[in-house]
Design a protein around this ligand. Structure first.
Ligand SMILES: *[C@@H]1O[C@H](CO)[C@@H](O)[C@H](O)[C@H]1NC(C)=O
Ligand SMILES: *[C@@H]1O[C@H](CO)[C@@H](O)[C@H](O)[C@H]1NC(C)=O
Length: 280
């Protein structure tokens, strides 16, 4: 019995390791180090049902009924989204609102798929990180649907064992493009947070749109997807009015490295953006 339990304990993290998904669809901090649910103002479909806000970051049910959506051996036949579109019931945790030209920050758990020479990991692949909007109001059939319009290529993270591919310095420098933008990966390879940013195209039609994230880790592994809706406004003023009306902050995202002064990997005193003026 003891042996069985020990085997389970070893086996489970390995099972959980091969997944990722988008946790937050409008996060306030770009390139951040640690997940903080208070910085998340919008969520993907059925985030409440899967308890994405309150559960430990990085866990989302790797089982068949979980939030993770990996397309199977027939990605051209597999439904694109884990949960079918149903705006009326899917947003107990609120839906995002974006404005044209906005830079949006997404968060995802790293689930062991990064590289950093400081923990002696260099060879984990990253192959494709794309953002789409859906043309129309219905979920596209599948990954090769012509209704998927690519709006951003979020790049591919560097990896490789040989110094002629990427130097140690490149592999341990953040921010990184692609999936592996997780500066605290070595502290918690399973559950560390990664962030992406993407830009809402200026020519997107305002109104409610469906957004789709697609990640291919390695060409032999089928894509992972997460789907969500967002109300897109022509201007930031209109988006702000919507967020105020729904009890959310209108702050624009900030960049971790612009608000923190990092020396030798340690956060020093906060950078004061303006000299305080003391009146009276
Ligand atoms: C998707 O691919 C399958 C075969 O791989 C094909 O039958 C289907 O017509 C394709 N659909 C689109 C919209 O391209
Ligand atoms: C936003 O994402 C793009 C694409 O990955 C990347 O090139 C860029 O450096 C990111 N911007 C910031 C400020 O992190």
């Amino acid at each position: 019995m003891k042996l069985f339990v020990a085997l389970l304990a070893v086996g489970l993290p390995a099972l959980a390791a091969a997944h990722s998904w988008i946790v937050c669809t409008d996060y306030l901090e770009n390139n951040g180090w640690y997940w903080d649910a208070a910085k998340c103002r919008a969520w993907p479909r059925n985030a409440e049902k899967y308890n994405l806000r309150d559960r430990q970051f990085g866990t989302a049910g790797g089982d068949a009924n979980g939030f993770v959506h990996r397309l199977d051996d027939h990605p051209e036949l597999t439904p694109l989204c884990n949960d079918p579109r149903d705006d009326a019931t899917s947003y107990e945790l609120p839906m995002a609102a974006y404005y044209l030209g906005q830079k949006v920050v997404l968060t995802h758990p790293i689930n062991n798929h990064a590289n950093d020479p400081r923990c002696d990991i260099r060879g984990r692949a990253d192959t494709q990180n794309l953002m789409f909007v859906v043309d129309g109001d219905e979920d596209p059939c599948c990954i090769n649907s012509t209704k998927l319009i690519q709006i951003m290529d979020m790049g591919v993270s560097p990896y490789g064992w040989y110094s002629d591919q990427f130097s140690e310095e490149v592999l341990r420098t953040y921010p990184k493009v692609g999936f592996q933008n997780a500066p605290k990966f070595c502290e918690d390879p399973e559950d560390a947070m990664g962030t992406y940013n993407f830009t809402i195209p200026m020519d997107l039609k305002p109104g409610r749109n469906t957004f789709v994230w697609k990640w291919i880790r390695n060409p032999a592994v089928n894509p992972f997807t997460t789907c969500w809706e967002a109300d897109v406004f022509a201007t930031k003023a209109e988006r702000d009015a919507h967020y105020l009306a729904t009890g959310r902050t209108t702050e624009d995202m900030w960049d971790f490295y612009q608000v923190n002064n990092i020396v030798d990997g340690v956060i020093m005193d906060p950078i004061d953006p303006v000299d305080p003026i003391i009146s009276g």
